[in-house]
Design a protein. Structure first.
Length: 318
């Protein structure tokens, strides 16, 4: 069965958890910019957490379903309707054959959509994620795109049979987004002076930002390399680079695998969801935190997701 995108929205793409075994070969990981949001949506529709869903960068999406499915959406400030009926975020939602889902951004932001069975585009290097810079997985989805859907799992069918209303009585946990402040840990090229500058400045998101990274304007930091070339080293989503012009770059999921700019800090993993919602002209500040605390927040989030998954399996699984 298929999903018909009559309107695709802005910078809409197929994403899963990304490709993580090929960075040594220069292949970017890609994947959803807010992995927790997509993973929770997948659980709500009875999918494995690694199944492919849709990331919507804004605008308005309209999609028609060929058969009955469960859907779930999460993230950003959106209005969502199925057959004209408003549906909540972070819930399991019934969609019947022929019905149309509409998602409309109320303010510029991203959201994630999961469909029971998952998006069944070709698996490339272990992932169905789209990386537009390289063309792996294709490009942003155009209006009129038709996406194949895989068969539902037994858990998805059990979930769908468990309620007769449009939306379920259960919902996924909420992880608040605080995009005005991102927490960081020190990078390889961190100094006390740079750290003080970083935490004392307010940065504006440049219009030259995308899924590869956010360019930060409005404040210039002194380049610790003195303009000299450096040996390229590994970088990851969350790395904050300091180019020669002193204007920082915060790398996101589509980032390159190595870079030659000084690495002054790294946004903690749980705050990458907040970074995903930063839009052009938004402002952001940074605050340094201990590595152990960052690990603790990540472990707490993983525990919450695991507990939610276990609860769904215990209640509806065979």
């Amino acid at each position: 069965m298929k999903l018909h995108l009559t309107r695709s929205g802005l910078q809409t793409s197929v994403q899963d958890r990304g490709r993580f075994r090929y960075r040594k070969d220069g292949v970017a990981c890609a994947g959803a910019l807010d992995l927790a949001a997509l993973r929770l949506c997948q659980l709500l529709v009875g999918n494995d957490e690694g199944v492919a869903g849709i990331e919507i960068g804004g605008g308005r999406l309209a999609a028609r379903f060929e058969d009955d499915r469960l859907i779930a959406w999460h993230g950003g400030v959106y209005e969502a309707r199925v057959a004209g009926e408003t549906i909540p975020a972070r819930s399991s939602v019934q969609v019947r054959a022929g019905e149309v889902l509409e998602l409309r951004a109320i303010e510029p932001s991203r959201t994630w959509l999961a469909i029971s069975g998952g998006i069944d585009v070709p698996l490339i290097l272990g992932s169905r994620s789209t990386h537009t810079r390289s063309g792996i997985g294709g490009n942003f989805l155009p209006d009129g795109e038709v996406l194949p859907l895989a068969a539902e799992t037994d858990l998805a069918r059990a979930l769908r049979a468990a309620f007769s209303t449009r939306a379920s009585s259960w919902s996924a946990p909420l992880f608040p987004v605080r995009k005005e402040r991102l927490r960081v840990v020190a990078g390889k090229d961190w100094t006390e002076e740079l750290g003080a500058e970083l935490q004392g400045a307010t940065f504006r998101i440049s219009t030259q930002s995308d899924r590869m990274g956010l360019r930060l304007e409005n404040a210039v930091l002194e380049n610790v390399s003195g303009g000299a070339e450096q040996i390229s080293e590994p970088v990851v989503p969350g790395t904050i680079q300091l180019p020669p012009n002193g204007q920082l770059i915060l790398l996101l999921a589509d980032c390159q695998t190595i870079g030659g700019y000084p690495k002054i800090a790294h946004v903690v993993t749980v705050d990458l969801a907040d970074a995903a919602q930063l839009q052009s002209h938004n402002h952001v500040r940074f605050v340094a935190v201990p590595v152990d605390e960052a690990r603790g927040w990540l472990q707490k989030r993983e525990d919450d997701i695991a507990l939610f998954a276990a609860g769904l399996r215990a209640r509806f699984g065979n």
